[in-house]
Design a binder for this molecule. Structure first.
Ligand code: NAP
Length: 485
């Protein structure tokens, strides 16, 4: 049998956890998913042009390789299809409760178990169940951030966030305003620019942009991947090593920083001939401080006749469009490509650990967790893609697999010795090591980014290499935990 496990979320993390439990013969798990299907961010982000800027041979499970990727960087429908296939292949559907949102989880010290309350999204009806273990797999990029610009509700036309694309709106020939120029905006701007009559792109801060060397896999290439599966492994390894060897070194201030910067500047010069526009698009902070945009279609879209890059400060939204400090830019539709509430981990769930301690109170100065996975005073609660586990340079699926393997290693220990809780001393040592490593990283430089909380602490990113993270999470160290028995 094994312990009962509540998994919250059915994206990459939740599915990975469910698959490994299934493979280990532990059938006593339930996946709670507030959406109407699996896929997480790949179910939510359906904006035109949505895709992943990490090649899918790496941005997929190492144990579930897929020879049918149609291109190096497939679009959102293909990635979502992959996750749906994984859910089907491992027979997970019967264990996933769709349209069911976990509202709270409270640790019952007498029972040594978690009381998980979940609500039916349509009817709001709540019910409670007991679980031995709770695994949060809600991710870092699941709650859209809408800016607080005065007058937003006064806008006369349709407006929506990039992660809540309104497909009922036909933007063909219309005047469109896109606010934001991050990775989501960079992907949606080219198709929107093509369809729109006019597009105003409101840029507050320019991003560093490097090319995305996309290409379709022809039938021969796919046949090779299919019939010689080791070629997928080799290709995956090659992408991984490139990301680790070059991009990570650049973020850590190593030998490749200058190379990466040059690559971005060359890309800008090659794609944007107009010096005035180029100046607007040139960042004034170190490369990597904000997430580097990887895209080859973004700059060409900005050079189109029907596109303006507006850098004047937005003052308010008015019924007819966007008012900046220099006047009103009329728009029929506004797209907010303004990112996500990234530093509020596990919000809006109410999580209470021992002695009723609220997780959000413990995290009032910034979310933190031992290895990004475990929190003192919260026995048998494990996090996937938790604090300080985001990567600016490699596949998050790699990190998720490390975390799932670690949690799988915890299960026999907590079954034998009772609920396990990371010791505060282990957490302190971890925090100090993290702070030391963070000192070398470019994210600390003077830029605002979604990696930092309001106090300027980097709560989202992992400052080490991914091989180091794999080593640290290879297996749980019992000495780092306190067990009930
Ligand atoms: P983001 O990187 O946080 O970008 C948000 C954009 O909105 C920024 O340009 C920001 O400007 C702007 N903005 C926010 N509030 C504003 C305001 N009040 N006025 C004007 N502009 C405002 O969000 P994102 O583009 O959705 O991307 C988030 C993350 O998702 C990415 O960094 C990446 O990790 C992930 N993602 C990945 C892919 C992929 O292909 N793998 C694709 C999409 C997203 P400032 O820079 O000035 O704050």
């Amino acid at each position: 049998m094994g312990p009962t496990v509540a998994i919250i979320g059915a994206g990459f993390g939740g599915l990975c956890m469910a698959i490994q439990l299934h493979r280990a013969g532990i059938g006593s798990f339930t996946v709670f998913e507030k959406g109407d299907d699996v896929g997480g961010t790949w179910r939510d982000n359906t904006y035109p042009g949505a895709g992943c800027d990490i090649p899918s041979h790496l941005y997929s499970f190492s144990f579930e390789r897929y020879s049918s990727w149609t291109r190096r960087y497939p679009g959102q429908p293909e990635i979502l299809g992959y996750l749906e296939e994984c859910a089907d292949k491992y027979g997970l559907r019967s264990r996933i409760r769709l349209n069911t949102e976990v509202v709270s989880a409270a640790y019952d010290e007498t029972l040594g178990r978690w009381r998980v309350r979940a609500a039916d999204v349509a009817e709001g009806r709540e019910s409670e169940e007991l679980f031995d273990v709770v695994v949060s797999a809600v991710g870092q990029l699941n709650r859209p951030h809408l800016p607080e610009i005065p007058g937003m509700s006064s806008f006369a036309g349709p407006s929506f966030h990039s992660a809540r694309w309104d497909h009922s709106q036909d933007l063909t020939g219309r005047r469109v305003a896109v606010i934001g120029t991050g990775s989501s905006a960079a992907q949606l701007i080219p198709p929107v620019a093509e369809a729109a009559g006019h597009l105003d792109v409101f840029q507050r801060t320019p991003n560093w942009v490097i090319p995305k060397p996309d290409a379709a896999f022809n039938r021969a290439a796919r046949a090779v991947f299919h019939h010689l599966p080791f070629t997928q492994r080799v290709y995956r390894e090659w992408i991984y090593r490139y990301a680790e060897g070059t991009l990570y070194r650049a973020l850590a201030g190593g030998w490749s920083t200058g190379l990466l910067r040059k690559r971005a500047l060359d890309h800008l010069h090659a794609q944007v001939p107009d010096p005035e526009l180029r100046a607007k698009l040139t960042p004034d902070y170190p490369i990597g401080c904000k997430r580097v945009v990887i895209d080859s279609a973004f700059y060409p879209a900005l050079t189109r006749q029907n596109v303006d890059v507006v850098t004047d400060r937005i003052v308010r939204i008015v019924p007819e469009g966007v008012e900046t400090e220099t006047g009103i830019r009329e728009a029929d539709a506004i797209v907010y490509a303004t990112g996500f509430l990234t530093t509020e981990f596990l919000v809006p769930m109410e999580i209470a650990g021992r002695q009723g301690r609220r997780l959000h109170d413990e995290w009032k100065d910034g979310a933190e967790a031992y290895l990004g996975i475990a929190v003192p005073n919260f026995p048998n609660l494990f996090l996937l893609y938790g604090p300080n586990t985001n990567l600016g340079h490699n596949s998050i699926v790699f990190m998720i697999e490390c975390q799932v393997r670690y949690i799988m290693g915890c299960l026999p220990q907590l079954t034998e010795r009772g609920p396990m809780e990371v010791r505060p001393e282990a957490m302190d040592t971890w925090r100090r090591a993290l702070d030391r490593a963070m000192d070398h990283m470019v994210w600390q430089a003077g830029c605002a980014s979604w990696y930092k909380n309001a106090a300027g602490r980097v709560t989202n990113n992992w400052p080490g290499s991914t091989p180091l993270y794999r080593r640290l999470t290879r297996e749980p160290r019992p000495a780092a935990f306190r067990f009930a028995r």
